[in-house]
Design a binder for this molecule. Structure first.
Ligand SMILES: Nc1nc2c(c(=O)[nH]1)N[C@H]1C(S)=C(S)[C@@H](COP(=O)(O)O)O[C@H]1N2
Ligand SMILES: [Mo]
Length: 220
């Protein structure tokens, strides 16, 4: 064995290092070089477009509730006050909408999905979530994506309360998936054993929706 055949330079180590650099075998969030910040087929916008089904519910924070249900040890019914008593966090994330616009560096404040899940304690058999909003909108994703480090239940954007047109008083933000997964006016989080299609997923959109793999439509 020559001197350069140290464990850090074996063939396997080198390919493992390359796989790590390429994010191979990873699911969910992959860190990428700055030059690849814009996913394929996307263009950058400075404004923030509004997209929804056309019904923007008016929800007073007095009557607002967030329910966590399904495969959890402790089902939750949180009032606005109880939600604000949880650990508050900030995240700065990019938005990638399936209609091809992206917007960089959005500053959110709210409760990280991890901190919320800690309160509910998912059962081991929980693998997916179904999200239901006050306008009747639904969307689905794996629990591990919902629990991603940068996912947040946001009540504030750029230092001001989240406006109603963008999902106020509270919306989900899951930055590493297309923005249709980020439910506005979120009301209910249900933990499930298996995947089930939400609104757009039943209407031709991809079940997972990774912008980096251009998973726009169910055939992609
Ligand atoms: N409750 C609800 N959430 C929703 C939607 C909706 O119609 N209802 N539309 C989704 C889609 S398709 C997109 S692109 C984003 C748009 O969020 P924005 O209007 O804040 O840009 O919200 C997502 N979340
Ligand atoms: Mo969208």
């Amino acid at each position: 064995m020559s001197d350069d055949q140290t464990p850090t330079d074996s063939k396997l180590t080198r390919s493992k290092r390359r796989w790590a650099e390429e994010g191979k075998f990873l699911t969910g969030r992959i860190s990428r070089p700055e030059t690849e910040r814009l996913p394929p087929g996307q263009h950058l916008v400075k404004n923030w477009p509004v997209l929804d089904l056309g019904q923007q519910p008016i929800i007073s924070t007095d009557t607002w509730r967030l329910e966590v249900r399904g495969l959890v040890e402790t089902p939750l019914d949180l009032t606005w006050m109880a939600f604000h008593a949880l650990q508050q966090s900030t995240r700065v994330t990019d938005i990638h909408c399936v209609t091809t616009w992206s917007r960089y560096d959005n500053k959110w404040k709210g409760v990280s999905t991890r901190d919320l899940l800690d309160q509910a304690t998912p059962k081991p058999e929980a693998h997916y979530v179904m999200l239901t909003s006050y306008d009747g909108y639904t969307t689905n994703m794996p629990l591990s994506d919902f629990a991603a480090e940068d996912a947040i239940l946001a009540t504030s954007w750029e230092g001001s309360p989240l406006t109603r047109d963008h999902g106020g008083p509270m919306r989900l933000v899951v930055p590493h998936l297309y923005f249709w997964k980020s439910a506005k006016w979120l009301r209910r989080i249900e933990l499930l054993g298996g995947d089930a299609a939400g609104f757009w997923e039943k209407n031709g959109y991809h079940m997972y929706g990774d912008p980096w793999r251009e998973q726009r439509y169910s055939g992609d």
